[in-house]
Design a protein around this ligand. Structure first.
Ligand code: ADP
Ligand code: MG
Length: 683
């Protein structure tokens, strides 16, 4: 077999296995196990050692033991509820095998009288006699029984025995793949091959040996293949030639000089990186990552202006219309008055929408703001030079690539996210892009004071709010949506609204999941214009909106949230010059663990640090809802426990990129480990 047919065997349909029919295949498919390779990661959870056998006289009641016996006599009572029984013995004593719901024919077949048979199971004792009920491990061939038997977390409908049989079959036929890693990397893992690693992985006694070389090697394979695919996408996009933009530094600096603040060092650095890409002759595909309130918008708008000054159009896409509107007004305020700045909104009538669409196609509009509506089929641009996509951290690799393709070759792409992620995950989640990071927040920013309060101390909170209102400040009151009880939350937000209204008449408004979009925008705009003081809402899905006058956020049921989520919510305040407060409300006293979490939040306002801690506590899949977002989850690798492997893989990746190393030897790795479709044409 050559290498190719080797990995093709692993990617073959499950029905190619002996003893696996359509029924089993369908059961496995439901668990997303579609081929032999997928099955390799179905690991034993534990094992039962049936290798040592005992004599009947030495049996220990209640333990799983293996004995070799001779069946002596059947008794099939043929009365309902009475089990079938086979009396057996060895030279030291007697034991009964008891069968509920088994046919006589089957029993006679597995326990033929007078033959030496090896059985294994949990030993019972009844009416002064040893017994074994419904023995599953029965064979004339003692070697089949006297082994370590793996226990799997079973897929419903597939027995342990069948699993063991399937896995053993796969392991036996496991093809030899030629090594893809360099000697140096391989050496790090004690030179163990992929093939041998898989074999070790399935040895029952290796359950839980995460620190062993074979395990580390396989985890590394998985991490590295992800990085490799991302890197290939990045390289591919970078190969796209474009008409470069020409930076008009004077016009740029005129805008910067007229802002009512000066840019932070990180903002300047990010802007330089973006400008560099814009002026290069290859397509930009860059992520601007920065904590809430770090000032990404202004960076993207300056870049947009540079593009426009170079004769291109710009599209800015946001997840919500109100955010689009906010960016639009900011652009109107700071951009030169001769620019044509437009907003495409759901509220536009047909005529105006048509006008905008025509002007985009004619190149008369310089910059357009809107939701995904700006990328409808009927919308076309004369000369689109930059797409800015705000707050889209949940876009997966494939979605991002599609967006990048959509703008055409000349169009640079800038994504922005306020979702700091642990360092080890950057390459995993965003490895297909170049990254600029704003870590430092504007100096004027005050620390958001964070307190926790028991719900029965609500009077204190009300007093505090009253003081804030007197200072003309505004308040968010969040009754968060909890998935398992949508209805309840909805009503709890309404109740809280009614409750607060009594204390603060004419000062409270309400947003919940059932508020329609137009109404929602109206309310948010009223809040922005300070027409009321307290906004009660189920969740604040309006990521990114800037409410500089809001200084307090109250979060009820705070224990239901991950740290990163709380940090994101907290980031709704503290955006202006004033001192801000976040009050976390709890229904009951906090557990030690919860106290620890809250302390992290109180002590740090750095989203990166918080996300690291959050991941340590809650695991990778859970942070920030990545689980539902289609972003890949690893089978073996664990960003917390294997952070050294993530770093190793990143360094190796960079080495390969920098030395332009031929990566065709990694083809089987990529083919096997998924996402192969993204780079199918990899040489
Ligand atoms: P985010 O990164 O969360 O998108 P924004 O771009 O909305 O943050 O910025 C939040 C607020 O900070 C805005 O009101 C913006 O005008 C202000 N801002 C941005 N950069 C600076 C700066 N360098 N100094 C002071 N304020 C700034
Ligand atoms: Mg923003």
């Amino acid at each position: 077999m050559n290498n190719k047919s080797n990995y093709n065997y692993l990617l073959a349909d499950l029905t190619t296995l002996k003893g696996v029919g359509v029924k089993t295949t369908n059961l496995l498919k439901k668990k997303n196990i579609n081929n032999i390779f997928d099955l390799l990661w179905k690991l034993p959870k534990s094992f039962t050692d049936r290798s040592l056998s005992s004599k009947i006289k030495d049996l220990k009641i209640g333990e799983v033991q293996t004995i070799t016996i001779i069946p002596k006599k059947y008794s099939f009572p043929r009365i309902r509820n009475l089990p079938n029984r086979v009396s057996c013995c060895d030279e030291t004593g007697d034991i009964d095998c008891i069968f509920f719901n088994s046919y006589e024919g089957y029993i006679k077949k597995i326990l033929p009288l007078g033959k030496e048979i090896t059985i294994s199971g949990k030993i019972g004792f009844f009416r002064n006699k040893y017994q074994l009920t419904n023995p599953k491990y029965v064979s004339e061939d003692s070697t089949l029984i006297k082994q370590k038997h793996s226990t799997y977390s079973l897929t419903e409908g597939i027995s342990e025995k069948v699993y063991n049989k399937i896995i053993n079959q796969i392991i036996e036929k496991l093809p030899l793949l030629s090594e893809w890693h360099s000697k140096k990397i391989l050496n790090r893992f004690g030179d163990i091959s992929w093939n041998n690693s898989i074999k070790e992985l399935h040895k029952p006694e290796n359950v839980g040996c995460f620190k062993k070389n074979f395990y580390q090697r396989l985890a590394y394979d998985e991490i590295f293949s992800t990085f490799l695919v991302n890197s290939e996408i990045r390289k591919k996009i970078k190969k796209i030639k474009k008409d470069n933009k020409i930076l008009d530094i004077k016009k740029q600096n005129y805008l910067i000089d007229n802002l009512d603040f000066s840019l932070t060092e990180d903002q300047k650095k990010s802007l330089n990186e973006i400008n560099h890409d814009l002026c290069s002759s290859t397509k930009m595909f860059r992520l601007l990552q920065g904590d809430v309130g770090s000032g990404k918008t202004i960076v993207s708008l300056i870049a947009a202006l540079n593009c426009i000054n170079s004769g291109f159009q710009v599209a800015v896409m946001t997840p919500t219309e109100i955010l689009a509107r906010q960016h639009y007004f900011l652009a109107k305020k700071i951009f030169p008055k001769n620019l044509n700045i437009e907003l495409i909104s759901g509220k536009l009538d047909y005529k105006n929408k048509k006008k905008i669409i025509n002007q985009l196609a004619d190149g008369k509009i310089d910059i357009i703001f809107g939701t995904h509506a700006i990328f409808q089929k009927k919308v076309s641009f004369k000369n689109l030079g930059l797409i800015v996509i705000d707050e889209q951290h949940k876009f997966g690799v494939n979605q991002r690539k599609k967006l990048s393709d959509k703008g055409g070759d000349n169009c640079d792409v800038l994504l922005m996210t306020a979702t700091p992620i642990p360092r080890t995950l950057t390459m995993t989640l965003y490895g297909d892009m170049d990254i600029s990071i704003i870590r430092e927040k504007p100096k004027s920013r005050k620390i958001i004071k964070t307190y926790s309060k028991l719900e029965n101390k609500i009077d204190d909170v009300l007093k505090f709010i009253n003081k804030e209102i007197k200072k003309d400040n505004q308040i968010f009151w969040v009754c968060p949506l909890i998935e398992e009880s949508k209805k309840l939350d909805h009503s709890s937000a309404i109740k809280k609204y009614e409750f607060l209204k009594k204390f603060f008449p004419n000062k409270v408004s309400l947003l919940h999941g059932k508020t329609d979009i137009i109404e929602k925008e109206k309310i948010l705009n009223q809040f922005l214009r300070k027409e009321f003081k307290i906004l009660v809402s189920t969740t604040i899905i309006e990521v990114g909106i800037d409410f500089p006058n809001a200084t307090v956020i109250v979060i009820e049921n705070a224990n239901k949230f991950g740290l990163s989520q709380l940090h994101q919510l907290r980031g709704r305040v503290g955006r202006g010059e004033k001192e801000s407060t976040c009050i976390l409300m709890f229904k009951s006293n906090l557990s030690e663990n919860a106290k620890k979490r809250i302390k992290i939040l109180k002590n740090s306002n750095d989203g990166f640090i918080i996300s690291e801690e959050d991941m340590k506590i809650r695991g990778f899949g859970d942070i920030l809802g990545f689980k539902q977002s289609g972003i890949k989850n690893f089978r073996l690798a664990d960003p917390i426990h294997n952070s050294d492997l993530f770093i190793l893989a990143e360094n190796e990746m960079r080495r390969i990129e920098n030395s332009n190393e031929d990566i065709s030897k990694f083809k089987p790795l990529i083919k096997l480990y998924d996402r192969a479709d993204v780079i199918n044409d990899l040489a």
